[in-house]
Design a binder for this molecule. Structure first.
Ligand SMILES: [Fe+2]
Length: 427
């Protein structure tokens, strides 16, 4: 057994997943019962896509069988092979957030991170530190896979690394370094732009997609990308009055859409579905990869606005507050730093967490952020950021959540209180 984990599924339930070299899937065992896992995807070699952004491409090989089974409600003391998996609790008290975890190897940007140096690519240490917090749930806000191109000759920092979209790269970039955290709690995976069909989407659907296997969603045939690049929004209850709503923005463009654009129309329908989902609970936490109410950083510290494509759809769906009523907290990744934003206007509190391994890309000056608006009319009241590597956590409080930004080695750096849509950070 190579790896096993639990994750949230798009039907609001929990599913166990595993990878195996064997010809059949293992069983999920618990105190008093067991069930055979089903094959999600057979070992396969998926042809390389031609004409893409990267000069070097190769077929994506998945040498292992991917297995899954729904976790029976109330099952305790879960095992797959020798791997022990904590069961999903009925009420989530502590959430760990990680994002943008992979090690960048990207020929088109001539960007090659030192994946072999734990100080320059610290995701393994972050996973160890985060596991010590004993979370009830781990949320990955997207961009798991970064090793798209071969390490150039003469660069010892990444020499010998696997690359491309096959399982060997997923092992090096995510599965092996994540292992202590992968078995510490159930996970919820948000899809990033790196997991779109034209990039690592094939592995995304085999390994971490919240939905059941479907060939048209598998990203294996580019002619089916109009299916594979989108996921219908879904909700996951985490307590009696709170739910998480997951939105797939992986395909979102960086420029505003025209209202005739088929992608605009598709996202608009999905946001109408989000509004329906949000009506089911008093509090909703909205998860998607690209910030809209969060800033992008820069090398001067000047804050830049969020994703223009998504913003153009959200302005049509909810012109004043951008998000449906009931959504009081938004969690994003994509920008490689930590930021927390509370608004004087009706906008939901927003947390951006994209600093869990991939190379840093600038910072945000706090004074400038307090004078700027990430979206028209969104007045920032409280702002906290840090631009080093790390992760974050959310702890349930009687009136909301306590947000903590952590360093790689588990030192608390910033604390913020979240109450409804209000967020305020201490020094
Ligand atoms: Fe991203």
């Amino acid at each position: 057994m190579a790896q096993a984990w639990l994750q949230a599924a798009s039907d609001g339930q929990w599913v166990a997943r595993a990878l195996t070299d064997a010809d059949s899937c293992p069983s999920l065992r618990w105190r008093g019962g067991s069930v055979a896992m089903s094959t999600r995807s057979q070992p396969a070699v998926i042809a390389a896509r031609m004409g893409g952004v990267q000069a070097d491409v190769k077929p994506a090989e998945f040498a292992q069988r991917s297995c899954e089974v729904a976790v029976p409600a109330g099952a305790r003391d879960l095992h797959i092979g020798s791997v022990h998996l904590p069961p999903p609790p009925a009420q989530i008290e502590r959430i760990v957030l990680v994002g943008d975890t992979g090690c960048r190897m990207k020929q088109s940007d001539n960007a090659f991170q030192d994946c072999n140096d734990p100080a320059r690519w610290p995701f393994a240490a972050i996973a160890r530190s985060a596991a010590l917090l004993k979370p009830d749930l781990v949320i990955h806000v997207g961009d798991l896979h970064y090793r798209e191109s071969p390490c150039p000759p003469g660069r010892p920092g990444c020499a010998g690394s696997p690359w491309g979209y096959g399982l060997d790269t997923w092992e090096a970039d995510f599965l092996r370094p994540a292992a202590p955290l992968l078995t510490a709690a159930p996970w919820l995976f948000v899809r990033g732009n790196h997991e779109s069909c034209s990039r690592a989407g094939v592995g995304w659907h085999r390994l971490f997609d919240s939905r059941g296997w479907a060939q048209n969603l598998s990203c294996e045939d580019p002619k089916q990308d109009r299916d594979g690049d989108f996921t219908e929004p879904y909700a996951l209850p985490i307590s009696a009055d709170t739910q998480i709503i997951v939105f797939d923005s992986s395909f979102a463009a960086g420029r505003a859409y025209s209202q005739q654009d088929t992608v605009f129309k598709r996202y608009l329908l999905q946001l109408a579905r989000v509004e329906q989902l949000a009506a089911a609970k008093r509090h909703s936490i909205f998860l998607n990869h690209h910030p809209v109410l969060g800033f992008a950083g820069s090398h001067s510290g000047a804050p830049k606005p969020g994703n223009a494509g998504l913003m153009s759809v959200m302005q049509a769906a909810a012109p004043t507050r951008l998000y449906a009523q009931g959504i009081d907290l938004v969690l994003n990744g994509h920008v490689h730093l930590f930021e927390a934003l509370g608004f004087a206007t009706s906008h939901p509190a927003t947390v951006v967490l994209g600093n869990s391994g991939s190379a840093m890309e600038g910072f945000i000056a706090e004074a400038a952020a307090l004078r700027a608006q990430p979206a028209p009319g969104a007045v920032v009241q409280s702002f906290a950021t840090h631009s080093g590597f790390g992760f974050a956590s959310l702890d349930r409080r009687p009136t909301g959540w306590s947000l903590t930004a952590w360093s790689v080695d588990g030192q608390a750096l910033r604390r913020c209180d979240i109450e409804g849509q209000r967020l305020h950070c201490g020094p």
